[in-house]
Design a protein around this ligand. Structure first.
Ligand SMILES: Nc1ncnc2c1ncn2[C@@H]1O[C@H](COP(=O)(O)OP(=O)(O)O)[C@@H](O)[C@H]1O
Ligand SMILES: [Mg+2]
Length: 281
C-alpha cells in the first residue's frame, strides 16, 4: 500500500446521497480512492453500486454531501468533465466496435493523425501493442478484430487504454461479473498492475472473493447505505464475506486463484489469497 502522506486522495466522497424521485438510492456514503490503492465497493443487486460510480464518473450529480477530486470540490456535468480530471470509467458493456482491430478500438475517438488528417496507423498499431505489453497483456496480433478477444481480454484492453490516455483514477463497474473463473483471475491481475502503475482504482463487485485479494479498502453497501468501510488491516476475508449477503463458497475462490496463478507469473496477492484460504479452511 502506498503511503499517501499529505496529499489528498484523488477521489473523495463524503456523506454522499442520491435520490431517484422517491427512491433513496444512496445515503451517507464516504469513500476515498488514493493513488496506488484499490478501493473495492461491494454490495448485492440494488445496493447502489452503479449509482455511486455514475456519480464518480460524472454521469449523475449527487443530491447530498461532497465530492472532491485532489481536495477540490467538483460538480461534473458529464463524463467528459470527469475524464478531464483524470477519472476514467470502464463499464461492463464496453463500447467497442467488434469488427475493428484491437488497435483501432484502443484509439477509438482519439485517433492519432499525421499530415492531411490521415490516420497514423503505424503509430497506433505500435503504441497499442507496446501499451498492452507494458500491462502484461500479450496479444498475438493487434490487427485481430476486438470481437475475437475474450471478455476478460477486452476489459484488459479498456484498462490499458485508460492508463495510456492518462487516467489517474480508474473506475471498473463489475469487470469480473460476467467472466469465467480463469478470465476473472486475469482481470484481477490487471487491476493489480494498474495499482502498481500508481493509479487509484475503484473496483465494483458483488464478489468478496474477487475483492479481498486485490483490495486495500472495502466499502460495503446494503440498500444504498454503507454497512462497513474498512482498510484491509481492519477486516478479514471471513468478516468481509459475512458482511456480504449470500457470499459464494470459499472453496471456489481457492480454485479461482489457483487457476489464475497457473496461467502465468502470478500476482503476489493472488498467490497469497490462495494460501490464506488453504490455511483457514
Ligand atoms: N434511473 C433510476 N431510476 C429510478 N431508480 C433507480 C435508477 N437507477 C437505480 N435505481 C434504484 O436505485 C437503487 C440502487 O440501484 P443501483 O445503483 O443500480 O444498484 P446496484 O448497482 O448495486 O445493483 C435500486 O433500488 C434501483 O432500483
Ligand atoms: Mg449495478
Amino acid at each position: 500500500m502506498t503511503d499517501t502522506g499529505e496529499a489528498p486522495p484523488l477521489v473523495r466522497l463524503e456523506g454522499v446521497g442520491k435520490n431517484y424521485g422517491n427512491v433513496i438510492a444512496l445515503r451517507d456514503v464516504t469513500l476515498e480512492a488514493s493513488a496506488g490503492e484499490v478501493t473495492c465497493v461491494l454490495g448485492d443487486n440494488g445496493a447502489g453500486k452503479s449509482t455511486l460510480i455514475k456519480i464518480v464518473a460524472g454521469l449523475h450529480r449527487h443530491d447530498l454531501g461532497t465530492y472532491e477530486v485532489q481536495g477540490e470540490p467538483v460538480a461534473f456535468s458529464s463524463p467528459r468533465d470527469a475524464l478531464d480530471r483524470g477519472i476514467a470509467t470502464v463499464y461492463q458493456d464496453l463500447a467497442v466496435v467488434p469488427l475493428m482491430p484491437v488497435w483501432r478500438n484502443f484509439f477509438l475517438g482519439s485517433e492519432k493523425r499525421k499530415g492531411f488528417g490521415r490516420m497514423d496507423i503505424g503509430f497506433m498499431r505500435r503504441t497499442a501493442k507496446d501499451e498492452l505489453a507494458a500491462m502484461g497483456i500479450d496479444l498475438r496480433d493487434v490487427d485481430q478484430p476486438i470481437g475475437t478477444l475474450s471478455g476478460g481480454e477486452r476489459q484488459c484492453v479498456a484498462i490499458a487504454r485508460a492508463v495510456y490516455f492518462g487516467a489517474k483514477a480508474l473506475v471498473l463497474d463489475e469487470p469480473t461479473a460476467a467472466l469465467g473463473v480463469k478470465q476473472a483471475g486475469t482481470v484481477l491481475r490487471y487491476i493489480v498492475q494498474a495499482r502498481e502503475r500508481g493509479l487509484a482504482v475503484v473496483f465494483i463487485t458483488h464478489n468478496p472473493h474477487h475483492a479481498y485479494p486485490v483490495g486495500d479498502r472495502f466499502l460495503i453497501l446494503n440498500r444504498g447505505r454503507p454497512i462497513g468501510y474498512h482498510t484491509k488491516a481492519e477486516i478479514t476475508r471471513e468478516e468481509l464475506t459475512a458482511l456480504m449477503a449470500g457470499g459464494a463458497e470459499l472453496e471456489q475462490l481457492a480454485h479461482e486463484l489457483d487457476a489464475a496463478a497457473s496461467g502465468g507469473a502470478p500476482a503476489k496477492e493472488l498467490a497469497e489469497g490462495a494460501d490464506l484460504l488453504r490455511k483457514t479452511d
